[in-house]
Design a protein around this ligand. Structure first.
Ligand code: PAZ
Length: 364
């Protein structure tokens, strides 16, 4: 990274050919020069034991990656770049894989959505709103602008005084059926030991974890292993050798950040780290015209089995499956009525993948 005051404002972000200061990282040089996360060995050891138990139980194992990676700008991180992803695709898909009898190794960005609890995430459906207190005082009517000054809102203390400290907490009747079905599925999965989670934050943690889990854990599942790479992974990063140790100071004018390319790891994953597994990657584009060509290009370059293409704004309604058998892509779409009834596109995606994985195993 070069951090230099710029005399005149340069384009904020631009793609250029590598300059002298940039290194082109292969996967091998990346792992040889960047630091392994301190918790890596522990995470991989517990995942390996878990995969072994799943194999013994006769289950197929899917590694679901979910959420976005960050790229820290300083060693003592104050600032970082982030990749867009709430983790909805990954968390939702994990539930459908579990319902199809797969064991799920859920590798997700810390604090992103997780299977089951995603139904009550703070942004979509806050958990506290599902609950009610016995004898809860009625909510005051929202004040109109004319009445507002003459009717003071109850104070926090008055509210507290009206609530019996021993009051029972119950689930709102209108949400009981849904919560019960989510809870039942969650408890069933917990009892069965079919879900194991590992977390990452930075792109470096993501890369080290993916490689180690592939080589040392997932490989135990042989052709029963499936990779479902839905995480949004940064394409650019700052090698630790080029990072500022302390918080980058302001006051020196424009900040120029020159980043190196993250090595493409799909090819080593497919050829070396997990040569026996069925590998599915996602491709996100914002320009619909690029979606199919980019998905095909990924398939040709990396040699894995399937690319699922999705466009940012329509990703919850439609995706396109691109494989060597179907290079022009096959669209999977939710009907409007299905969507209105709460059906999720991940149900269709996973149904199709389970079928393709089975056919691939049978063909071997
Ligand atoms: O997590 P989310 O549901 O908000 O988004 C999912 C997604 C768009 C990140 C995923 O479907 C995807 O396309 N992942 C790969 C992104 C990429 O091209 O790197």
């Amino acid at each position: 990274m070069s951090l230099t005051p710029a005399p005149s404002p340069p384009p904020i972000l631009s793609n250029t050919k590598p300059r002298k200061t940039q290194t082109e990282f292969s996967a091998a040089s990346y792992f040889a020069t960047q630091p392994a996360p301190p918790t890596l060995d522990r995470d991989v050891a517990s995942a390996r034991e878990w995969v072994q138990r799943q194999v013994t139980a006769g289950r197929r194992v899917v590694l679901v990656t979910s959420g976005g990676t960050t790229v820290p700008l300083e060693l003592n991180v104050v600032r970082f770049l982030d990749n867009f992803s709430a983790g909805t695709r990954g968390a939702t898909s994990a539930e459908y894989f579990l319902s199809q009898g797969y064991a799920v190794l859920f590798m997700h960005r810390q604090h992103s959505l997780q299977p089951y609890s995603r139904h009550y995430s703070h942004s979509v459906h806050p958990f506290l709103d599902v609950l009610e207190l016995e004898h809860e005082p009625a909510q005051p009517e929202p004040a109109s602008p004319e009445t507002a000054p003459s009717i003071p809102a109850p104070t926090h203390d008055q509210d507290e005084a009206n609530i019996d400290p021993n009051a029972q907490i119950t689930v709102r009747p209108d949400t009981q059926a849904h919560l019960a079905s989510v809870l039942r599925a969650y408890k069933r999965v917990k009892r069965s030991d079919a879900l194991h989670t590992v977390t990452f934050v930075t792109v470096n943690e993501y890369l080290f974890l993916l490689r180690a889990l592939a080589q040392d854990a997932l490989s135990l599942a042989g052709r029963g292993a499936l990779y479902y790479l839905a995480a949004a992974v940064s394409d650019f990063f700052l090698p630790t050798q080029k990072m500022s140790e302390h918080k980058i100071q302001s006051g020196k004018g424009t900040l120029n950040i020159e980043m190196d390319q993250v090595p493409k790891i799909l090819r080593p994953l497919t050829e070396d780290w997990s040569a026996n597994a069925f590998i599915v990657s996602f491709k996100l584009e914002t320009d619909m015209a690029l979606l199919l060509p980019k998905a095909r290009q990924a398939l040709d370059r990396y040699g894995h089995h399937l690319v699922i293409g999705n466009e940012l704004h329509t990703r919850k309604h439609q995706v396109v499956f691109v494989s060597r058998a179907e290079p022009d892509g096959r669209w999977v779409r939710l009907e409007r009525t299905e969507e209105e009834s709460g059906k999720e596109i991940e149900e269709l995606i996973i149904q199709e993948l389970v079928l393709q994985h089975s056919q691939w195993i049978a063909a071997a």
